[in-house]
Design a protein around this ligand. Sequence first.
Ligand code: NAD
Length: 408
Amino acid sequence: MHNPFENAMTQLEKAAQINKNLGAEFIAEMRVPDRDIRISIPVRMDNGALKIFEGYRVQYNNTLGPYKGGIRYHSETDINEVKALAFWMTLKCSVAGLPMGGGKGGITVEPRNLSKGELERLSRGWAQKLADVLGPQKDVPAPDVNTTPEIMTWMNDEFMKITGEKTGASFTGKPVDKGGSEGRDSATGLGGYYVFETLREKLRLPEKCNVAIQGFGNVGSHAAEIFVQNGHTVIAISDSKGGIYDADGLDITKLSEHKKTTGSLANFPKSENISNEKLLELECDVLIPAAFENQITEANAENVKARVVLELANGPTTPEADEILFKKDIPVVPDILANSGGVTVSYFEWDQNLKGEHWSEAEVFEKLKGHLENASEKILAKSLEYNTSLRMGAFLVALERIKENMHA
Ligand code: NAD
């Protein structure tokens, strides 16, 4: 079993070896979070019993600005996962050029087993217990796996009741009519597409690509729609129950309807049911992991036949798999660049809330495109300068910016 935080530290160590000027003291500081908070959240369940849940907030590093990062609800979420995600958020905000630091939160829970009332009490409980350390200039959470705009509204409301804060800028990813930004929902998928388009020719990919996507949640489904809208062919998609494959291309709108009515992707007309394992090993131009950590490992990396991996999930490729893919000449566009569209629009939301503005969707997308094109070019240049992978290029860009600003 891979510990995501150990994976993250292996990546950090590798970056430190590539640019020795980063220095041992700076790397030592980057190995530890500023704060690592565990909370207990008592919730009155619908049957009258009291259940205590375990929650987390890791405030990793705020050199560049207030901590920023999502909250994950999952039965396997633990402190190591949250720490790794908080570390990657720190680098991601730096790579995207945002005035934000990195954090992450979570609760160990299977949200599907809760009623709506229980979910609301749990979410409000998380915000209550952490209210002291959150706020627009301290730490600004957002959604992640299994957390929704509605959950952000409950948390934001609870936080404002306790603290009297009025701007609404304490949580991002809110619904648009509750102070959310236009475009936040599709921002991670769209941002991934802007990164892909900026790098496509340099990665020697054709104008029209065949794409396989693991995960059909917020990120995977938007990415699928956007790639198809732009003339690419999505040949395979999977979710936690399994996947489907159609060499002629999937109709994403019909697939969403099919999943809504049947509860799974399986038996979609004309397509073949495939396993998640098989999806990762399909021959295609672009493989997009958009589900969870540790999906491409030393056990299956040798079998990956994609020409490029675009990481929209956080931490989907282990360091061992990274080495194997590098040797196979399969570039990996790293998570901290490829999925940074989400946090970039979250930052736009925070900025709009603080200024009392509301930007149009077109304005949001134009700014997002600019940020991500710029970040992609910088990372490509850095990886060429050091003759290293795009992941290490991204780490170096991010770490150098943090180091320049640390203790300034
Ligand atoms: P989500 O909960 O909406 O979707 C997750 C999807 O993964 C679901 O379709 C689920 O069925 C699928 N899945 C779970 N286990 C699977 C497996 N073994 N094989 C295939 N599919 C599986 O979550 P999301 O918001 O789409 O996040 C997905 C990933 O993207 C996470 O790593 C998250 O941290 C990352 N991310 C999300 C955002 C965002 O804005 N939501 C931003 C940056 C990064």
